[in-house]
Every structure is written in structure tokens, then in C-alpha cells.
Design a protein around this ligand. Structure first.
Ligand code: EPU
Length: 311
């Protein structure tokens, strides 16, 4: 457990990163298939402060060990716009850039100014500005070139001062329409939490890691071929093609009716795999691999896990 700068120094002095290590936030996006044989390092540093502002923006620095939703609440209390749709996502501030967390029409890349930390194993400090993080849908440099090569310890966010809401997720827009010009950050956050709770499990009660798979992106040609064969495929434009809803594809392969021991998909969202009690990691792995195969057979699409699998 790393609580302050002194603990960070000590980790480098003890050369922990020259042996097997695992950096975790809340562990809320990981599937362990066995005990990890090495040092598990959990960041628990605290601190959120406004560090700068200009006419339009306020810059807020948050320690990597801060709970993500506590950070979102800080922005709401200070009437800063941009983080509110992301309330309720499990995990820590330090993890949010890694997979560019997103929900209800927002992605954290839209409010990240810079990411700070240390290169591994030697502890050279780094600062990466937004553009240098190569953010994309559930992706960043931290999952690619810098995977296991850096430790994120602080994130600086750039939030809007002027009232501005992101309402392109239909259900959110519909639920908030009655408020018109009286809409507030608090109301948006409350509505987001209600939508989340209606679809996603409470991770303090049931084991899961949120969406287990990424939504796949297919070419226009592939989409045309699929929509000739299958009615009502949910789809959205994406930078490199057409994004489909993996939850819909999985549901249509019948997985909402398949429970194996303590493993199943969640009844209101087939994109989420849950462990109802004592399932082993290996059972979850067998289950998710069969989901991939059935979607591949029916649609010819290879869906990829979004969860980090610790093998
Ligand atoms: N759908 C189904 N059946 C299902 C699930 C979904 O038909 O079992 C359909 C829905 O009816 C809807 C569409 O699929 O038309 C999309 O569903 P939803 O809006 O629930 O979102 P999603 O694409 O399944 C993504 C994120 C979630 C995020 C929501 C809301 C990914 C991998 N997941 O899910 O993020 O909360 O959008 O923005 O992009 C997470 O990453 O852990 C996560 C929960």
C-alpha cells in the first residue's frame, strides 16, 4: 500500500520493479486466474486541488489513489463541467487514463490535461500531455508502448467553467429533457447513477469487472453485409468504421440463458460477466472464451476482452 511520496521513494530504493510486480488501482477491471506470484502495489495516495485557471477552464490535480467518483464529486461541488457523466465508474484516478474510461457519451480523454508518474524500473519522472497519451476508445499508450513501463501517480484535469452538458446518450438526454435550462450537474450525476444501477451490478455485492468486452468496430462493408442478414443491429459511427453493441451480439447468441455454476452474464446487460459466488478465474475464462467463439460463429466478428486478465 503506497500512501505518500516517501512510500513511492522506498519502492524505487528497494528496486521492487526489477522483480515481478503488479500495479493495481481498485482491481475493478481485472480478472485473476490464479494468485499473483510477485509484489502487488496498490496506490492509496490522496489529494485533490485546483492548481490553475484561465478564462474558460479550471485545472485540477488529483492523486492517483483518489477514488474516481470522489474526484467527480469534487468537480460537481466546485461547479466544474466535464466529469459528471463518468460518475459511478469503479476504480481510482490513477487508473482512469489507462483504458480511457468512458460512459454515457463522455470519455476521460476529453478532460485529461496531463498524466504524471515514473518510468519503470528506475523511477525517472514523466509528464505526458493529452496528445502524447494516444487516447482512443478504451485504449491509450499505457496499454501499449508503456504497458508495465510506467507508474501513474497523478492526473491533471482541465474542466470547463461554463455550463455545458454532454447529452448525446439517448436515455440520459430523454430523462433530463424535462429540466430544460434548469439542468444542474447534481441532476446529471444522479440520473447517470440511476441509469448505471438499472443496468449494471453493484460491485460491492456481486463479483464483476464492468463491461467484459469492448464494443467491436467493423468496416462499412462488413456492416452492410451484417445488416442485410440481421435486423436492428445497434450501431454508432466510429473513427475507423462502425461500432456495434457487443452486449446485443452476446444476448442474441443466447447467453442471457446460460449460467455455468456461479458464472453468467448479468441479466440486464450481457456485456458484463458476473461471478455469483465461488467461481474460479479459470471458469470465467472458459465462459468468456465460449462467448467469443459463439459471436465469431454467428457474426464473423472477433470481440476482445476489455478486462485485464492476469494469467
Ligand atoms: N444491449 C442489448 N443487450 C444487452 C446489452 C446491451 O441489446 O444485454 C443493447 C442496448 O439495448 C443498447 C446497446 O446494446 O442499444 C448499448 O448498450 P448500453 O447503452 O448499455 O452500452 P454498452 O455499449 O453495452 C458501453 C460501455 C459501458 C458504459 C455504457 C454506457 C463499453 C465496453 N462499455 O456499454 O462501460 O457504461 O456504454 O455509456 O464500451 C465499462 O466499460 O465497464 C462500462 C460499463
Amino acid at each position: 500500500m503506497v500512501e505518500n511520496d516517501q512510500d513511492i521513494d522506498e519502492i524505487f530504493q528497494r528496486k521492487i520493479f526489477t522483480r515481478p510486480f503488479l500495479l493495481i488501482g481498485e482491481g475493478s477491471n481485472m480478472l485473476f486466474t490464479k494468485d499473483f506470484d510477485g509484489t502487488v502495489i496498490k496506490l492509496a495516495t490522496k489529494g485533490i486541488e485546483i492548481i490553475n485557471e484561465d478564462d474558460e477552464h479550471v485545472y485540477v490535480r488529483a492523486a492517483g489513489g483518489e477514488d474516481w467518483s470522489d474526484f467527480v464529486r469534487f468537480t460537481i461541488e466546485h461547479e466544474l463541467y466535464g466529469a459528471e457523466n463518468l460518475i459511478g465508474i469503479p476504480g481510482l484516478v490513477g487508473s482512469c487514463p489507462v483504458q480511457n474510461i468512458g460512459a454515457y457519451g463522455s470519455e476521460v480523454k476529453d478532460i485529461i490535461y496531463q498524466v504524471e508518474g515514473y518510468y519503470l524500473p528506475d523511477g525517472e519522472p514523466f509528464v505526458l500531455y493529452n496528445e502524447e497519451c494516444h487516447f482512443a476508445y478504451r485504449d491509450s499508450i499505457f496499454k501499449n508502448e508503456l504497458k508495465n513501463r510506467c507508474w501513474i501517480t497523478e492526473v491533471v484535469f482541465k474542466l470547463k467553467k461554463e455550463k455545458h452538458f454532454q447529452l448525446n446518450y439517448k436515455q440520459l438526454a430523454d430523462n433530463l429533457a424535462p429540466f430544460g435550462a434548469d439542468l444542474t450537474l447534481e441532476k446529471v450525476a444522479e440520473t447517470v447513477l440511476n441509469i448505471r444501477n438499472s443496468k449494471l451490478p453493484d460491485i460491492t455485492k456481486v463479483g464483476c469487472a464492468g463491461s467484459f468486452f469492448k464494443n467491436p468496430v467493423v468496416s462499412e462493408a462488413k456492416f452492410a453485409e451484417l445488416s442485410a442478414k440481421f435486423d436492428q443491429l445497434v450501431h454508432y459511427p466510429a473513427p475507423n468504421g462502425i461500432k456495434l453493441a457487443a452486449g446485443q451480439l452476446i444476448e442474441s447468441c443466447g447467453w442471457k440463458d446460460i449460467r455455468r455454476g456461479d458464472v453468467s452474464v448479468y441479466p440486464t446487460q450481457a456485456l458484463v460477466i458476473v461471478n455469483w459466488g465461488n467461481a474460479k478465474g479459470s471458469e470465467v475464462v472458459a465462459y468468456y472464451q465460449d462467448i467469443i467463439q459463439s459471436v465469431q460463429e454467428k457474426y464473423g466478428i472477433l470481440i476482445e476482452p476489455e478486462v485485464r486478465i492476469i494469467a
